[in-house]
Write a protein that binds this ligand. Structure first.
Ligand code: UGA
Length: 433
């Protein structure tokens, strides 16, 4: 099939490449000419495992192509996936200007039937706004359908998640649209759940908000564990064996980040309010998450008496391992706060340091994790990259001025670090020394 993707960011590019992998012809559109030039030269625009190889493979064979022209995209594919960003506005509402502009662009250039599919996470009723906008701006009387097909990929595992999804949700209101979407996914081995369009939109938002709620719940449990002498990892293991709960997304830490959970929780909260429901629970979920990294900094400050003039080694800049994405990353907030409290922050990250330094220019980039620890008063692990977990704590001990480790992800092998002379502080567990 010929498929057009509008918006070639994380979701659009990965989806396009995976459609090409399944034998479709794909044209990816983006309004950013620099991005299109880079992709046309088969250079990846962000870090994602496996992305470069796939781009080279399908770019070289011509299965995927790139352009800045919406008109070209609309002429190319009968199915058009809209994957443009939906950023949060300062008041927490979702900014839909890119969706609106794309809908108009499609309306003005469409000359025969098109299926327009929202793939980005969007507020419910977005498809209805798209349909109305396309009808309003259409220059010819051309039949079209809109549909919803949310993506569930995780950054850092995006290609695997897209090629092997656990479910494919297709929200449609016409048999023609459903048939086309089933054809797109004919070679994917996953259950297809066909729903109404609002249900499909809600499945995505509710899934992300539910996972974020689980994390904030566990982070709140971690606080009580600290006060009551329990160990949150033991508690999570015990809870997770209940099949009704399951073991995933129970790991306490310095809070969730990334481009999805924070935005989607906030977005669902605001959409609910606009529809007339006060979703107070989601307000709490956000407050707990925001408190989690700040409380960790407070604990570090209490331990060092003052952060002023202290050298802190910060391991991790990205919001989670295997990505260079720093959007809403606790590490960035921590770096900024440490600097504000007078510390000098020495950061190590396999791929994301420069992104962090754009946000916190005072942070000092170090070439290796050990270099960051040289004469440091404390080490703070913010992102659990395997490269950090593999380091011998004896080597870190030799570098540090003070053998003090703050593990924000409960990821270090505590016994080995204690053996190397460290005092290890973590989340929801007793201090070990
Ligand atoms: C999330 C969802 O998992 C995807 O299904 C969804 O498609 C995506 O958002 C999206 O809406 O596009 P992602 O943001 O890439 O994916 O990252 P996750 O792996 O879900 O992690 C989110 C955050 O939760 C990270 O900051 C991670 O460190 C944190 N986390 C995760 C924990 O603190 N504890 C855990 O047990 C798991």
């Amino acid at each position: 099939m010929k498929i057009t993707i509008i918006g070639s960011g994380h979701v659009g590019l990965v989806s396009g490449l995976c459609f090409a992998e399944k034998g479709h012809q794909v044209l990816c559109i983006d309004h950013d000419a620099d991005k299109v030039a880079k992709l046309t030269a088969l250079k990846p625009t962000f870090h994602e495992p496996g992305l470069e190889a796939m781009l080279k493979k399908h770019g070289a064979s011509g299965a995927i192509k790139f352009s800045t022209s919406t008109a070209e995209g609309v002429a190319f594919g009968e199915t058009i996936f809209v994957c443009v960003s939906t950023p949060s506005m300062p008041d927490g509402n979702v900014d839909m200007r890119f969706f609106e502009a794309v809908s108009r662009g499609i309306a003005e250039t469409m000359t025969e039937y098109r299926l327009i599919i929202e793939k980005s996470t969007v507020p419910i009723q977005t498809s209805e706004h798209m349909r109305r906008t396309i009808e309003r701006y259409a220059t010819k009387d051309v039949p079209f359908d809109v549909a919803s097909n949310p993506e569930f990929l995780r950054e850092g595992a995006a290609i695997q998640d897209t090629l092997h999804p656990d479910r494919i949700i297709i929200g449609t209101n016409s048999a023609r649209a459903e048939k086309l979407l089933r054809e797109v996914y004919a070679d994917f081995d996953a259950p297809i759940v066909a729903t109404s369009i609002p249900s499909s939109e809600m499945i995505k938002l509710a899934s992300n908000a539910f996972l974020a709620t689980r994390l904030s719940f566990m982070n709140a449990i971690a606080r009580v564990c600290e006060l009551g002498g329990a160990d949150v990892d033991e508690v999570a293991r015990g809870m997770g064996l209940d099949p009704r709960i399951g073991p995933h997304f129970l790991k306490a830490g310095i809070g969730y980040g990334g481009s999805c959970f924070p935005k989607d929780v906030e977005g669902l909260y605001h959409v609910s309010a606009a529809l007339g429901y006060d979703f107070e629970l989601l307000g709490e979920v956000q407050d707990i998450n925001e408190d989690q990294w700040l409380y960790f900094v407070d604990r570090l400050e209490r331990e060092l008496w003052t952060l002023n003039g202290k050298k802190i080694a910060l391991w991790g800049a990205s919001f989670k391992p295997h990505t260079d994405d720093i959007r809403d990353a606790p590490s960035v907030k921590i770096a900024r706060e440490l600097v504000a409290r007078g510390a000098s922050v020495h950061v190590s990250d396999p791929v994301a340091i420069e992104h962090l330094r754009r946000e916190v220019p005072e942070a000092i980039a170090e070439a290796t994790p050990l270099a960051a620890c040289q004469s440091a008063d404390a080490l703070l692990l913010a992102t659990e990259w395997p490269q950090f977990l593999d380091i011998d704590p004896q080597e870190v001990a030799k570098a540090m001025r003070v053998r003090l480790a703050f593990d924000g992800r409960n990821a270090l092998d505590r016994a080995r670090w204690v053996e190397a002379g460290f005092e290890v502080h973590s989340v929801g567990r007793k201090v070990q020394r």
